[in-house]
Every structure is written in structure tokens, then in C-alpha cells.
Design a protein around this ligand. Structure first.
Ligand code: SF4
Ligand code: SF4
Length: 391
């Protein structure tokens, strides 16, 4: 089997990108990853720093018989404006990757199909080899006693694997200064997945780094989270400074000095991808799985949802990872950053919450609002008309 054949099969399984890397430890990236963890850049993400960090060193820790890593990319971009064009102070921003269906299921489903196809072909290839080898004058008596060997394991951001490194080695793209995988023709709006297989497949070659002298992502990052890599060369994201980390992974309070730079992001951040020139003409995904259910919902509406409404509104999307209290914490900060006096009433309700995390962030936000002119604060437009608006 060749990587060109695998690319064709992967396309039939819904993946726009595919390639093959050898299942060897990615030595250079492994050192970069170690330095990143040691510098504390993983913040509180224990799953990146505990014993699973060592497992990441070698794909054979996940599948002992692994010989190749089939890497795939699933495009999730939709024809909607980027966050950098989002200016309405009444609206929140949710990261593009979390707009539609949770990617874990979609990517896993495609990889299971691909796995089935590879298994079928591997077994068929073995059977035809046996038929040739045992044809006269050979008796087949000297053949090793073994069953058709195909072992595999699927990884979708859940197994400890340096997936961007393997995607790069498999020729899917280079790792940009914003640390995203960037494909020359497709940009960076891809979910990645891997299929570790026991098949020996000739690997693809990694493409050159095409960031050149550009540093738009570094300059646009509102929290200066893209910093020189602690490994000595290149760039890294210090998660502790990154809005994506603070709004999705961080449990507990967002450090006060970082709240103002969060803008109106309530889940994730897309800025360093939005400004990347390789995403200027990024293609869009076929189908509607990643179409926004809620891309830029009104902040006032979000401030009023119950836990049950939160679960039902974001069921099946990645947003639930922030959990209800974490999400309302983010909503409160975003309202404070909008500065609109209309948000006084909803923020006062959040400040009276029984959850100290929500209440404290709401109190902080109340101090950021412009004073109300006249006798009463106006009602936010979005509260009068709770229809969700997308940008
Ligand atoms: S996701 Fe946002 S905060 Fe994080 S590095 Fe990119 S621009 Fe900076
Ligand atoms: S914005 Fe520029 S430097 Fe940053 S990833 Fe894109 S091309 Fe590279």
C-alpha cells in the first residue's frame, strides 16, 4: 500500500488531508515538548505533564507493533467572518472549532472507516501473497507460522501523541509560529486525527516552513502568549497566557491582570489563525456538521441561562468542556470588557450567584462598566430579542 492510495481512501472517508509518517519517536519535537512542559507552559493541564507526557515520546507506547502513522486532517472552516471582524459589543465570541459538532466523534468515525478499509486490503494482500508463495514449485512449508498481521489504534486528541509533529512529518503542513499546523493550500482550520498501523508504508516528506519573516500572529495576540520557545529555537504558546487555555481548560479564577485582554471571548480564541495570511482564502468544509449553532450569541442572553439550558444549548459541541460555572465566569469577564452599561442588571444577578467563582468575576466586571446615564440602565437589545445572531 502506498501513501497515495491511502490519501484516496482517506478522501472517501471525508478527510481533505492525509499522509503517512514512520512510527518513530519525533526526536527534535520531543525535546521541544519536554522543554515546553519544563518551562511550565502547560499551565494546569495535568494530562499534558503527568506520566502521559513520557508516553508521548514514542507512538509505540500506544501500539507496540506500530510501523506507520496515518495522519488525517478534517476541514472545519465555514464561510463566516473571522473574529477580527467581530465588533458588536453586545455579542460574545465562541471559537470556530466549537461552533458545530464535537470533532472527536466526527474524526473518529472517519478513522474507523479508514481503519476498516486498510484492514481489508492488508488481509487481501496477505492472502494473495500466500497464494503466490505457495504456488508450485513452492510448497508453502517454509512460510512463517503467523496470522495476517494488521494491528491498529485510533488517536483523536485523546491518546498521548505529538499529533502536530506527526502531521508535519506526514506532509500535511508545517507548524507555524502560532504553533498550528498550516497546509499551503488549505490553511490551518483542520481537526487532526491519527491511525497507528502495523503496516510498513513508505512515509511522505515534511513540507518546508513557509512562515518566512511574517509575525502577524505574534503581533496580533492580545495576551502576548506567543513567545520564543524554551527549547531555544522557534516559537511556542505559553498556555498560561493564552485565552484558549483560560476560557476552556482553566478551572478556577482567571488572574485579574489577564481579564481585560480577553475581549469578548467566552470559549477559545481564533485571533492568531484569523490573521494568518495562509487562512486568507482558506477553503470551507462541505456539509453542515461544523456550521455554527452558536458562534456569537448575545452576552445578556448567555448571562441568564441555567445549567440545564447551558447543557441543552451546547450539547454535542466542545463548549461543554468549559463547564457551566467556567462558562459564566467567561461571560462575566466578556461583559466587563464590553463596558456596556446595559450589562449592569445581568451582571448584578451573576454577582448574587451562589457560586463564588461566578460572583467574583461578575463583581470585577461591574467595576468596568460605563456609568448609566439617566435614571435606569437600558435593556440590552439582545435581551429584548433573544434570537441568536451570528456575525
Ligand atoms: S489563541 Fe489567542 S491568546 Fe492564544 S496564542 Fe492565539 S491569539 Fe494568543
Ligand atoms: S501569521 Fe505569519 S508567522 Fe504566524 S503562523 Fe501565519 S504565516 Fe506564520
Amino acid at each position: 500500500m502506498t501513501s497515495a492510495e491511502i490519501r484516496e481512501l482517506a478522501r472517501a472517508c471525508g478527510f481533505e488531508l492525509a499522509g503517512v509518517a514512520a512510527a518513530d519517536p519525533p526526536s527534535e519535537d520531543r525535546e521541544r515538548y519536554r522543554a515546553w512542559v519544563e518551562a511550565g507552559f502547560a499551565g494546569g493541564m495535568r494530562y499534558l505533564t503527568d506520566r502521559r507526557a513520557a508516553v508521548r515520546d514514542d507512538p509505540r507506547n500506544l501500539l507496540a507493533s506500530a510501523r506507520s502513522v496515518v495522519c488525517v486532517g478534517k476541514l472545519y472552516n465555514t464561510p463566516r467572518p473571522y473574529s477580527t471582524r467581530h465588533t458588536d459589543p453586545e455579542l460574545a465570541w465562541i471559537s470556530r472549532y466549537a461552533w458545530g459538532e464535537d470533532y472527536h466523534g466526527a474524526v473518529r468515525c472517519g478513522l474507523e472507516r479508514l481503519d476498516g478499509m486498510l484492514r481489508e486490503r492488508a488481509v487481501a494482500g496477505y492472502e494473495s501473497r500466500i497464494a503466490v508463495d505457495t504456488a508450485p514449485p513452492f510448497s508453502g512449508a517454509d512460510l512463517p507460522v503467523c496470522l495476517p498481521g494488521y494491528e491498529s489504534r485510533i488517536a483523536v486528541d485523546t491518546a498521548p501523541l505529538l499529533e502536530r509533529s506527526f502531521a508535519r512529518l506526514a506532509g500535511l503542513g508545517w507548524i507555524g509560529k502560532n504553533t498550528c499546523l498550516i497546509n499551503q493550500g488549505g490553511g490551518s482550520w483542520f481537526f487532526l486525527g491519527e491511525l497507528l498501523v502495523s503496516l510498513d508504508i513508505a512515509p511522505d516528506a515534511p513540507p518546508p516552513d513557509r512562515c518566512g519573516t511574517c509575525r502577524r500572529c505574534i503581533d496580533a495576540c492580545p495576551t502576548a502568549a506567543i513567545v520564543p520557545s524554551p527549547a531555544g529555537t522557534g516559537w511556542a504558546v505559553d498556555s498560561r497566557l493564552c485565552i484558549s487555555y483560560s476560557t476552556v481548560e482553566l478551572r478556577g479564577a482567571i488572574p485579574e491582570e489577564r481579564r481585560a485582554s480577553h475581549g469578548r471571548h467566552v470559549f477559545g480564541c481564533d485571533i492568531c489563525q484569523d490573521v494568518c495570511p495562509w487562512n486568507r482564502r482558506a477553503p470551507v468544509t462541505a456539509g453542515d456538521a461544523f456550521e455554527p449553532r452558536h458562534a456569537a450569541p448575545p452576552l445578556a442572553m448567555l448571562a441568564g441561562i441555567s445549567e440545564a439550558e447551558f447543557r441543552s444549548m451546547f450539547r454535542g459541541t466542545s463548549v461543554t468542556r468549559a463547564r457551566y460555572a467556567g462558562f459564566l465566569r467567561n461571560v462575566a469577564v466578556a461583559m466587563g470588557n464590553s463596558g456596556l452599561p446595559e450589562f449592569r442588571a445581568p451582571l448584578e444577578r451573576l454577582a448574587a450567584s451562589g457560586d463564588p467563582l461566578i460572583a467574583e468575576h461578575a463583581r470585577w466586571a461591574l467595576e468596568k462598566l460605563a456609568p448609566c446615564r439617566g435614571r435606569a440602565c437600558p435593556t440590552p437589545t439582545s435581551q429584548r430579542n433573544p434570537m441568536l445572531r451570528t456575525p
